[in-house]
Every structure is written in structure tokens, then in C-alpha cells.
Design a protein around this ligand. Structure first.
Ligand code: C2O
Ligand code: CU
Length: 496
């Protein structure tokens, strides 16, 4: 069983960080701004992502395959990784056409990206659903660097549960001369699989009303974990850690070498030593870690479960090199607008269990749930036939407006807001706001570093304050535990 890495060495190294080259500021105070591009944005080669079902060896070689859903590139229908990794440069225009070869409608939500609301990928709110056989073209400039991912936004437990997701790395955040020796994606996501490779039900009544339904097989980068890879001996390795699970909150740490946090949800932070960091569903953490000598291993470990679980085993290889003490330089500063927390308007959002009768009962007007009309109504709301959770006492959807409920709040574009997010349940909820990145200001129960995020964990009975500058559009606000959002803990803000 792994033991907690002693972090004192890492702390000392950071405190004694050598002077930065002229022209850059000390990473421990504030990060340097990203220089503006000299050339106009290049339009990225258009890319087609084909949402399709295919066989994938999730359980591992020699075991039965599983019928996963993935965004294979056009033309690939079998084999290959179930988790594509896309890379693009900040400032480029991303052109991606989604082609739906699934048996149900879908769309692509670009989690964490700031983009025009029409490109945000929420069926019925920002775009029509992409029906089987249809295509939809997404095109928008990449404003921010960092580690992101994309996923569907309807029947999420089913579609994400079958694996529909891709990682998007937006490069351009490393000041010249600070590029790491290796860059690795480590995306955790469990699978609900039986021994024969078939999927188990993604939702359970027990799970939906509590902490969610957990997978049966722990996975990394689209297959059963742990991930095994080699890294350059003595090198500095950028680990892009993502939690793509729909339920599990992991608590990640690094064994076998010094490690510092360099970005949260894609956005640079002044580097600080990584002890452990909790990532709820959809959250990301970029870490710079120093690989050990050849033959030794650097390990990513999840301490969040009853027994620590090794997520990745990275074996150092190649010539050992003499390196100066570990002192991460830091990335460029986030390019997200900084909210004026003092002058901001305050709003409170309370996350609770749903109270009273389920509004869907009224919408359905007593129709039996298998009635075709009832099915159409439920599908058009992307919900189940029961509400278990609510935001400000309102469960998604609302009885008064069955197809599009009124917004949870109306905001003014360009204005600063402080949201007080209050959890009155006994379960943690990772709360996500679409189309923005916010500054996490404070918690009533924890001391937090200042960091930028698009998803923040609310522990039981915790209040967390976040601040951001509102951007125009209709933007979802919801818990990212998929059964919680599918059972009511979801709403949207209208920013005009
Ligand atoms: Cu990944 Cu509505 O979110
Ligand atoms: Cu939740």
C-alpha cells in the first residue's frame, strides 16, 4: 500500500527557487501574462468527430471487449483508444464537425471553455439536439490555454457512461525555456462493466439519491487502469490529471518524486507543492513532477477511496541527468477576466434535495411513463421521471415551463458577480458553471489557495464563494455528478 509522500523536500525546493531569467517574474508571487500573438489566429484544419458505437478492449488484452461509445475520427470504426486526445494552439479557431452515428441524439459540450453560447452544446438550450444521422459544425476561437474535455449533454449517465468523451489540450501556456521534458494525459474514469464486458445499468435509485452509482472497473485513458508509461529519467513531467468519471471524487497525490500544482481546470496558478488535491467529476489539475532515476517509478495515487489506488505507474528510462533542484517556473497567468469582487453583485445558490412532489408528474399530466408522449416530454428536458435534487428549491425542469424552465437568475453581461454556493445536503457536489472560469475566493470550512476553476467541490454543509465577470448567453449551472444533474440539480443563468 502506498504511503503519503513526505512533502517537506518539495516545499524547501520551492522556497529556495533560483532567480528567474530576466524579464519574467517570480512564479511564487504572480505569473507572467501570455504575450499577445504576433500573427492572427490560424484556422485549424477542420476535424470530424464521429460519435459511434464500437468494440473496445476496456477490460484489457485477452478479455471480452465492450461496446463503447466514442468520438472516433472519421473512418475509424474499430479498435483504437476509446478516449481521443485533441491538441490545438491557443488563439486558433477550432473547427469540429460532430457526426452522430449513435442510436439517439447527442451534442458536444466543451467543458470549461469560454466560447459563444451558441457553441456550448446544450440541447434545447443553446442548439437543437443532433439527431442520429445528422451533423453539427462547431467553430470558435480558443481563448484560454490548458487541459479541457468534451462530452455530451443529454442522457449523460448513459452516453458518458459508455465512454463518450475526448480530452482537449490547448497549448501555448509555457513560457519559452520552461517546456517540460514530457507531457502526459492521465484521465480517470470508471466503467460499469460485467465480467463479460457488457454494461451494467448506469443509474441506481440508491446512487441517484445519494453519492451516485460507482463503476465496477477503475479505468484510466479509456481502458482499465492503472496507466503504465515511461518518462525520461530525472526529467520534469507535466501530468494533465482529469476526472472524467460521473460519480467518483478522487484525491490525487504523487509518489516517487517532487510535484507541484501548476494549473487548476486549465488555468495557471503560482506553483505550490502538491500534497493531495481532490478532483470531483469534470475537474482537472496540471502537475509538474520530477521523474526519479532510471528504473524507478513516479506514481499517481488516488487516496480518496478506502484503499489508495494507483492510477498511473510511470517508469523512468534513459540516461540519468544531473538536474538543478526542482523549482517549477509556472505557466502564463490565466487570460480570464478578473472579477471586481468588491463592487460585485452577490447571489446565493443553495443546493439541496428536492422538496415536495416531483414537477414532472404535473408535466406528464398523469401519462404513464412509457406513453410515447411522456417519453418525448422527458427526452426534450434531458431528465428522468423523478426529481431528487434542486437548486434554490427548484428542480430541473419546472412544471410551469415544461420545455425550457425559467432561468435560475438573470445577469448583466460584463458585470462582476460573487456567487455564494451553499450545500445543505450530506453529500459533496462538484458545481460547474458553463462558459466561464471563476476565481474561487473562500470557503467557510477550508483554507483554500486562490485559484481559477470552472467546477468547484462543495463539501457537505460548506459555503464557497466564487467571483467572475458574466459573459452573454444562457449558461448551465449544475452539479457534475451525473445522476445528480439528471435527477434535478441543474438550471441555467441568462446573461444579457
Ligand atoms: Cu461538463 Cu454541463 O458540463
Ligand atoms: Cu451533486
Amino acid at each position: 500500500m502506498p504511503t503519503r509522500r513526505h512533502v517537506a523536500a518539495g516545499l524547501a525546493a520551492l522556497a529556495l527557487a533560483p532567480a528567474r531569467p530576466p524579464g519574467t517574474r517570480a512564479a511564487s508571487s504572480s505569473l507572467p501574462p501570455r504575450p499577445a500573438r504576433a500573427t492572427p489566429a490560424v484556422r485549424r484544419e477542420p476535424l470530424t468527430l464521429v460519435a459511434q458505437e464500437r468494440d473496445s478492449p476496456v477490460l484489457g488484452p485477452g478479455r471480452p471487449t465492450s461496446r463503447v461509445w466514442s468520438y472516433g475520427p472519421a473512418g475509424s470504426s474499430a479498435g483504437g483508444p476509446a478516449l481521443p486526445i485533441l491538441r490545438a494552439e491557443v488563439g486558433e479557431i477550432l473547427d469540429v464537425t460532430l457526426e452522430n452515428r449513435l442510436s439517439e441524439h447527442t451534442s458536444i459540450h466543451w467543458h470549461g471553455l469560454r466560447l459563444p453560447a451558441a457553441m456550448d452544446g446544450v440541447p434545447y438550450l443553446t442548439q437543437p439536439p443532433v439527431l442520429p444521422g445528422q451533423r453539427f459544425a462547431y467553430s470558435f476561437p480558443l481563448l484560454d490555454t490548458g487541459t479541457y474535455f468534451l462530452h455530451p449533454h443529454c442522457n449523460e449517465t448513459g452516453q458518458s457512461g459508455r465512454g463518450l468523451a475526448a480530452v482537449l489540450v490547448v497549448t501555448g501556456d509555457e513560457p519559452p525555456g520552461t517546456e517540460p521534458d514530457a507531457d502526459l494525459v492521465v484521465a480517470v474514469k470508471d466503467w460499469r462493466l460485467a465480467a463479460d464486458g457488457s454494461f451494467l445499468p448506469f443509474e441506481t435509485r440508491e446512487g441517484a439519491g445519494r453519492a451516485g452509482t460507482f463503476g465496477t472497473v477503475r479505468g484510466v485513458n479509456g481502458t482499465a487502469g492503472p496507466l503504465e508509461a515511461t518518462v525520461p529519467a530525472g526529467g520534469d513531467v507535466r501530468l494533465r490529471l482529469l476526472n472524467l468519471d460521473g460519480t467518483r471524487i478522487v484525491q490525487l497525490g504523487i509518489e516517487g518524486g517532487d510535484a507541484a500544482v501548476i494549473a487548476t481546470d486549465g488555468h495557471g496558478v503560482a506553483p505550490f507543492p502538491l500534497d493531495t488535491w481532490r478532483l470531483g467529476p469534470a475537474m482537472r489539475l496540471d502537475v509538474l513532477a520530477r521523474a526519479p532515476r532510471a528504473g524507478e517509478t513516479l506514481r499517481v495515487v488516488d487516496y480518496g477511496s478506502a484503499e489508495p489506488w494507483t492510477v498511473a505507474i510511470l517508469t523512468a528510462a534513459g540516461p540519468d541527468r544531473e538536474r538543478p533542484a526542482f523549482a517549477p517556473a509556472g505557466l502564463y497567468a490565466p487570460s480570464v477576466p478578473t472579477a471586481d469582487a468588491e463592487g460585485a453583485e452577490r447571489r446565493t445558490f443553495t443546493f439541496s434535495a428536492a422538496a415536495g412532489p416531483a414537477p414532472e408528474a404535473e408535466i406528464l399530466n398523469g401519462l404513464p411513463p412509457d406513453d410515447p408522449l411522456a417519453r418525448v416530454l422527458l427526452d426534450s428536458l434531458c431528465v428522468r421521471d423523478t426529481s431528487l435534487w434542486a437548486i434554490n428549491k427548484v428542480a430541473w425542469p419546472s412544471a410551469a415551463n415544461p420545455v425550457l424552465p425559467p432561468p435560475l437568475g438573470e445577469l448583466v453581461a460584463g458585470r462582476s458577480y460573487v456567487f455564494e454556493l451553499v450545500n445543505v445536503t450530506p453529500h459533496p457536489h462538484p458545481i460547474h458553471l458553463h462558459g466561464h472560469a471563476f476565481q474561487v475566493l473562500s470557503s467557510n470550512r477550508r483554507t483554500l489557495p486562490r485559484f481559477t476553476a470552472d467546477t468547484v467541490i462543495l463539501n457537505p454543509r460548506e459555503r464557497v464563494e466564487i467571483a467572475f465577470v458574466a459573459a452573454a448567453g444562457d449558461w448551465m449551472l449544475h452539479c457534475h455528478i451525473l445522476e445528480h444533474l439528471d435527477f434535478g440539480m441543474m438550471g441555467y443563468l441568462r446573461v444579457a
